[in-house]
Each structure stands twice: as structure tokens, then as C-alpha cells.
Design a binder for this molecule. Sequence first.
Ligand code: NAP
Length: 271
Amino acid sequence: MKLKGKVALITGSGSGIGLEIAVAMAREGATIIINDISEANISAAIERVREFDVPYLGVLCNVSSSQAVKEMFKSIMNKFNTLDILVNNAGITINDEKVNENYKKLAEQLLTTGKTNISLGATRNLTDVDWDNMLKVHLYGTFHCTREALNIMEDKGYGKIINIASVCGIAGGVGAPAYSAAKGGIIAFTKAVAAEVIRVGVYVNAIAPGYIDTPFLNTMSPESMASVLLATPLGRLGKASEIAPLAVFLASEDSSYIVGQVISPNGGMVL
Ligand code: NAP
């Protein structure tokens, strides 16, 4: 067991990638803290983790609130008195009907005329609220949890922080400007913090998945899904269970010379 005795917090682990990471870490013997904004998702995730007979805790917390994150860390310290692994995974997507509509028009024009002059219009129509929410959950959430974790990890001289970015943060996701900005910010944050804290024994790395089959993709239009599959040489979506082993690797001693890296399991989409 690679993570026996380690205490791991995985944000947004009530669903999708975070849930599979929590299960994979429990399988390796880690104590698991499930965080989410949905009570029902937390309960369902705990049912999965219980199979492995490891200590666990569920914490309802919106990571975009620094105060709520401070409270979450207090309850973690009250129960386990330490934290070894943090996975910053919580995330949201925007359901932009207008972009989906434009994608459809663009695909039709392309198929009938062989060229297109249609913009998706995602940035010009983006509201302050959607921009703020996106950055608050992903980028601020990652900062809030990292800051609290470092208060524990730097003092104990040990820690593993894994930030879930995206191929959109590397290459830019067309039609998703706020999401791409948030994920690009997470990648730069990962590198800056990694170089800062490695000398006190805290490892920070990022995983930048391609398109993974989770509820996160439910709002994608058939046209944008088709374009994703065409752009993915492997020809299919990834599975959350294909991301989780990488998180376990980055949380374990097997990755002892990997610092500030962005590893992208993406089926060949971004090379
Ligand atoms: P998911 O199945 O929707 O899981 C995300 C979880 O985070 C949900 O349970 C969600 O709760 C929770 N959450 C949302 N806002 C939160 C907040 N403020 N505080 C705490 N928890 C919150 O999506 P996923 O695909 O597993 O995504 C996980 C991460 O991977 C995200 O950071 C996403 O950007 C990244 N990612 C996903 C893909 C993909 O194709 N799926 C690709 C690259 C990167 P609700 O369901 O109640 O909103």
C-alpha cells in the first residue's frame, strides 16, 4: 500500500475524477477526506470509500470561500491533526446555450461550404458573474486550500499537492475563455508554488486531463463533442479511473524527483 497512514483531502470528490482519486487513494491505505458542495454526493462517495476500511471524513464546503475553507481545515485538524496530501480538484463548467448554438451553426456551415466565418461568441457574451464564478471556484479555490495546506505541510516538512488543471489551461479551450484562464492560472500557480516549497519537502504538481467522461461534460453539444473526439487521436473520451492512478503516483514516494510538472493524460489531444 503506497499511501498507508497518509491523510488526503480531495476537493470536489463527490463526483467524477475527484471521486475516483479518493477511491484509488483509499485502496492504497490513505485516510480520506471527501469535500464537496453537495451533501448527497458526499454521502454516496463515503459509501465507496468505506469499502476499504480506512478512516474518512466528509466535509461540506464551498472552496471559493476562504472562510469556509479555513473552517474545513479546522475540522480536518480536529479529527486527524495533520494533512499529507491535497488534491485541488473541485470544478464547475458554464452551460452556455449561445455557444452551443453557434457551434451547431459553425459545424453546419463547415460541412456544407467547406469553410466557416462564425465566431463562437463566448468571450464577447461572457458575463461578470460567470467569469467571477469560474475563477473563484477553480483558481481561488486552489489558492485557498493550498494556503491552508501549506500552513500544515511546511511546518511538518512533508506534503504532496496535486492540482487538477486541464488541456484548456495549456492550449486554450475554444468557447471556454474563463475556464481556460482559470486552468492556465492554476498551471502557473503550480510552478511558482512548487519552486517555493520543495526545499521544505512539499511537492506541488499538476494533472491536465483531456476530455474525461464525467457529469462535467453533460452540457456539451453533440457538435462540440464530435470535434473533441476528432481532435483526440485515441478516438474516445478518457475515464476518471484513467486519471486516478496518476494522482496516486504523484502522491506517493514513486514521484520523488517530480517537481512543478504538468502531466497531461489526454489521449494524444495535446502533444
Ligand atoms: P464533476 O464530476 O462535475 O465533479 C466536480 C465536483 O466538484 C462536483 O461534485 C461538484 O459539485 C464539485 N464542486 C463544484 N463546485 C465546488 C465548490 N465550489 N466547492 C467544492 N466542490 C465543488 O467534474 P469532473 O470532471 O470530475 O471534474 C473534476 C476536475 O477535473 C475539475 O477541476 C475539472 O475542471 C477538471 N477537468 C475535467 C475534465 C473533464 O473532461 N471531465 C477535463 C479536464 C479537467 P456539483 O456537482 O454539486 O457541482
